[in-house]
Design a binder for this molecule. Structure first.
Ligand SMILES: Nc1ncnc2c1ncn2[C@@H]1O[C@H](COP(=O)(O)OP(=O)(O)OP(=O)(O)O)[C@@H](O)[C@H]1O
Length: 246
């Protein structure tokens, strides 16, 4: 049975017709004279509430695209609009704020702060992105239970946790603010198959109950049945077309 999570109000100001993600003429090359361009995407959009599985061979630009959607990287040319906000129009600081308020991220490297406790890591995300309607403590407890994380881990330093535990704490941290958009990159690589399925059930149950938009990258194609849409990067990116999906 899938775990159930309480509904949280979505952004009151956002028109439902506004796309969660809208890319137009997006072109990206890493800075530096000799860098080959990675992405050239004429058009792509994701509707609010969609769950998208993004696939493509290693090195094709999936993580780069996720970083652009999260406002960590900025397009060389073209438009990246998230929830109606053009990210290129924001300063780096404004993008940080926008991300903290609207986007939950789980990346391969977890990005936990190693010398802080688990609770401090989670509270930091809650502090930067806090939305008043969230019952913070019970949300953490629910997420811990759903991901089979023992409550006693909450006071441990992040770097004293196993890799699989760190991965799940990173997931709790990404979900704690009930973000409208969840960006998830290879989240299950350190989880065994039972935990992987538990994680997917939790992730999908939360996304569903909150109406969150989910953009998910993994090499594990066995996970694709969890999603509304499966998109090969080569379908939308003019560069690197013709690559077979690994
Ligand atoms: N910081 C960087 N500076 C320069 N080039 C980079 C940087 N990060 C990635 N690249 C290059 O950009 C291309 C796309 O990399 P990216 O990590 O987005 O691919 P990916 O599809 O996510 O790969 P994987 O499935 O292996 O994670 C690769 O050629 C990579 O070498």
């Amino acid at each position: 049975m899938q775990p159930s999570f309480p509904e949280n109000a979505k952004s009151a100001v956002l028109d439902e017709a506004t796309a969660a993600i809208m890319l137009e003429n997006l072109y990206f090359a890493y800075p530096g004279k000799r860098q080959e361009p990675v992405l050239d995407i004429p058009e792509w959009h994701i509707a609010q509430g969609d769950h998208v599985f993004l696939r493509g061979p290693s090195g094709s630009g999936k993580s780069t695209l996720l970083n652009l959607l999260a406002g960590i990287l900025v397009a060389t040319r073209g438009t990246v609009e998230v929830l109606g906000q053009e990210l290129g129009a924001l300063s780096a600081r404004e993008r940080d704020r926008f991300r903290a308020a609207h986007i939950g991220i789980v990346f391969q490297q977890f990005n936990l702060i190693p010398y802080l406790s688990v609770l401090d890591n989670i509270q930091l995300a809650a502090y930067f992105g806090r939305k008043k309607q969230i019952d913070f403590d019970s949300t953490i407890k629910q997420l811990f239970a759903a991901l089979a994380l023992d409550d006693s881990l909450i006071t441990k330093k992040a770097n004293h946790l196993s890799v699989g535990q760190q991965q799940r704490v990173a997931i709790v941290r990404a979900l704690v603010n009930a973000p409208e958009i969840l960006i998830v990159d290879e989240p299950t690589s350190a989880l065994d198959s039972d935990l992987r399925n538990a994680f997917m059930d939790v992730l999908l149950a939360i996304s569903q109950s909150r109406g969150s938009t989910l953009i998910f990258v993994s090499h594990d194609t066995a996970l694709s049945h969890y999603f509304h849409h499966v998109v090969n990067l080569s379908e939308i990116n003019r560069l690197g077309a013709g690559n077979d999906v690994s």
